[in-house]
Ligand binder design. Structure first.
Ligand SMILES: [Zn+2]
Length: 424
């Protein structure tokens, strides 16, 4: 594996940052942190994405309106000390993890909406960005995203809906003006020990192009990382166009900037990231499917522990853990090699309050859901690693080599179709 090595950063490339910060139930988080050292050591995987908003509003789904009192206890502390003190993980693993800190700006935006503050006023955000820069100074993330805000496009609760309405009422120039001011503040507050990532929304490719060249001419010395944002829910074509443009721009301008695909860690997009030499990515889906869906959704595995390709006809499709298919199912991923998926399924079902008619879930329920999370996550990490290895061997033809290794015809067809734009 290649790596990025600087004083503050030493990560393998390409790197996958699972998101820890999507609100979930307390039980899932406790279990995740308790098992974090097992996961990290097993895969030699140390990179994670955290959201600042999780630290100030809580990691778990709040029972009441979002609040801002957790921050007080975290003020002035290194993030690794916070994790050691407030979660069930141990200091040894925490001292080794590499943290990408995102803002989680839509939770902050929703709080501003909830407090009935004017969304177009920079002052409505002041206490949050001041707290953010202060948090970074002491928290020492390896990479952090500049402070920007906007509504939540995926949530359906009342506050999020109102937030979108208020935001949509603003003219394009007012929206840009707020985020330009916040960018300027972020640059002025740059922390030397951490790398600064500036995300650019790529929903509109022309807008992305002009913003990228503006940032290059104005701030090329200050920016360490460009984040490609806003296209995680778009099709493969859009991602392909955007990354191709970025890759060309970076090469032609000789800009020594790193690149991260925000939310672009889905399996199809991983092929494009490898193709265009994008350094890192993240995605929340493995967590959401395993830990926030009522029944954990399991990936049909594509890659096993030895990075060999499986013979399933429908790899990388999610299927509910309680499906009969998993009554007899061999997965040779590193986690299922420790506890077979069949046993994980039985233990989860035997602890599911709805199936056993109890008031509370048994202890195993959440622990098994975390195992499904690990199983799902492995597929993303393994795919990145395998593509990277193949690309080193055959830079021009690595996707073809990958496809050639898939013995199941149906599976090969499915993956070839998904990524065919890269082979034209
Ligand atoms: Zn597995």
């Amino acid at each position: 594996m290649g790596s990025i090595k600087t004083d503050s950063l030493d990560i393998q490339i390409p790197s996958f940052f699972p998101i820890i910060g999507w609100p979930a139930g307390r039980g899932e988080y406790d279990n995740l942190f308790r098992n974090l050292s097992y996961f990290c050591n097993k895969l030699d995987h140390w990179t994670f994405l955290f959201n600042f908003s999780s630290f100030i509003f809580g990691f778990t789904i709040p029972k009441t309106n979002p609040f801002f009192n957790d921050y007080i206890k975290y003020e002035g502390k290194n993030i690794r000390d916070i994790l050691t003190e407030y979660t069930l993980t141990n200091r040894e693993v925490v001292s080794k993890i590499k943290i990408l800190l995102d803002v989680g700006g839509n939770r902050i935006f929703n709080k501003v909406i909830n407090d009935n503050l004017p969304v177009s006023e920079i002052n409505s955000y002041r206490r949050y960005y001041e707290a953010y820069f202060n948090f970074i100074k002491n928290g020492k993330p390896n990479v952090y995203v500049n402070f920007d805000i906007g509504p939540s496009y995926s949530s359906r609760d009342e506050v999020s809906i109102r937030g979108r309405e208020e935001w949509n009422k603003l003219s394009q120039s007012i929206k840009e003006n707020i985020n330009d001011q916040l960018l300027e503040i972020s640059i002025q507050n740059k922390q030397k020990e951490s790398k600064l990532m500036i995300p650019i929304n790529a929903l509109n490719l022309e807008h992305f192009k002009s913003k990228l060249s503006k940032l290059h001419s104005k701030y090329q010395e200050e920016i360490d990382y460009i984040g490609i944002a806003g296209i995680a829910n778009q099709g493969f074509k859009k991602v392909n166009q955007t990354l191709r443009f970025f890759n060309n721009f970076r090469r032609k301008s000789n800009w020594n900037v790193l690149c991260h695909g925000l939310g672009l860690g889905g399996w199809k997009k991983i092929f494009a990231l490898a193709y265009y030499d994008i350094e890192s990515c993240d995605v929340a889906t493995p967590w959401r499917r395993a830990c926030t869906d009522r029944i954990s959704q399991v990936y049909i595995p594509l890659i096993d522990e030895q990075l060999e390709i499986t013979s399933h006809s429908d790899p990388l499709r999610y299927e509910g853990l309680y499906s009969d298919r998993f009554q007899d199912f061999a997965c040779n991923c590193p986690f299922c090699n420790d506890i077979p998926l069949v046993d994980v399924r039985n233990r989860c079902m035997n602890a599911d309050k709805q199936l056993i008619n109890q008031e509370k879930h048994g202890e195993d329920f959440r622990e098994m859901r975390i195992r499904i999370f690990f199983h799902n996550l492995y597929q993303h990490i393994a795919l990145l690693r395998k593509l990277f290895i193949l690309k080193q061997e055959k830079p021009q033809n690595f996707i073809k080599s990958f496809l050639n290794e898939i013995r199941n015809t149906e599976a090969r067809k499915k993956i070839r179709n998904a990524v065919k734009d890269l082979m034209l």
